[in-house]
Design a protein around this ligand. Sequence first.
Ligand SMILES: Cc1ncc(COP(=O)(O)O)c(C=O)c1O
Length: 380
Amino acid sequence: MLPNIKSQFMLDPKITHLNHGSFGATPKPIFDSLVDWQKKLEMNPTKHLGYDIYDFLKESRKSLANYIHCDKDDIAFMPNPSTALNTVIKSLDIKKDDEILSSNHEYGTLDRTWNYISKKTGSKYIQVPVVLPLESENDFIETFLKHITSKTKIIFLSQITSSTGLIFPIKKICEIAKQKNIISIIDGAHVPGHINLNIKKLNPDIYTGACHKWMCSPKGTAFLYVTKKLQNIIKPLVISWGYDSDLPSHSQFLDYLQWQGTNDISSYLTIPDTINFLEKNNWKSISQKCRELNIWARDEVNKLLKIESISDDKFLGQMSSIPIKSSDILEDQIEFYLKYNIQIPFFKWHEKEFLRISIQAYNTKEDIFKLLEALDDKYN
Ligand SMILES: Cc1ncc(COP(=O)(O)O)c(C=O)c1O
């Protein structure tokens, strides 16, 4: 798409990369920032990790908060959304018969975490079926809200789903949750750097996002946002020095979560450079072009395989999932890599198989032509 941008990524040029959604990819200037921070640490670990780290983290939180529109003290860095949501789910006071209302499009790790907690507490994890094709925001909202009962304690939804790659209209759901005194928890793993994220306007109680996916940060960079009113209920997964701190700061939330034992958290400190890179390269316009390429790619694949879209275009960003025949998803994914040099994920979602296209700044129509050739060879 943009050759000068493509050359900044370190991806193997022999491979067609159509899987940005799973693990992201980091451009050289952002990777260089990671190495600079790691060198800084190694030059003086005592100073860096012993005391400077809190000021460095503050600067990084400030930069991220400005980018996602919230207070810098309402976010803590986390290695990934799984850790962020496990921290939250294990902190909540969930009782027998409480209901957690969700959808049948959630990420498998989180289904498993909610099932674990439901078994432990006697609560119910309810997954509202969001039927495909998804065509109307109102239908989605109305169907979902019909399942709220007097026992609904939590609403848990992805803003962009993993297997089906759909953007859910969560703003209205967060508003209604607030009116009904239900805790809203949003899994925004795929959101930052992909679609606009304005936490203030969205106003969820709890939100997590990965920076290493669509913001292109180094791996292991994510955040947990918690509204001030709920921050005191959050407990760390790892009890460390910030718990019963000898030197408490103004925020228990930050004391509990910022230090989880010795680790290289240089990736968190690259956020100002990451955002600088995105802004310098006019990433909003790149995202828009990627979305257009994604919709074109989905239409071409659907035409080739004679299948229907799983949603209206308005639910799509830079990913699209396409139903596909596959008797062994992992075998097919590896075949696409070994035979056609294409990295594209195959998923199973409720007994149906899908492949998911991701389009990032380094992708071009050429990549989609290669995918179409491979699909034609395998399926036609
Ligand atoms: C919607 C969604 N939530 C949560 C996660 C978990 O992310 P991680 O494995 O980085 O914790 C993913 C990962 O792809 C995801 O797609």
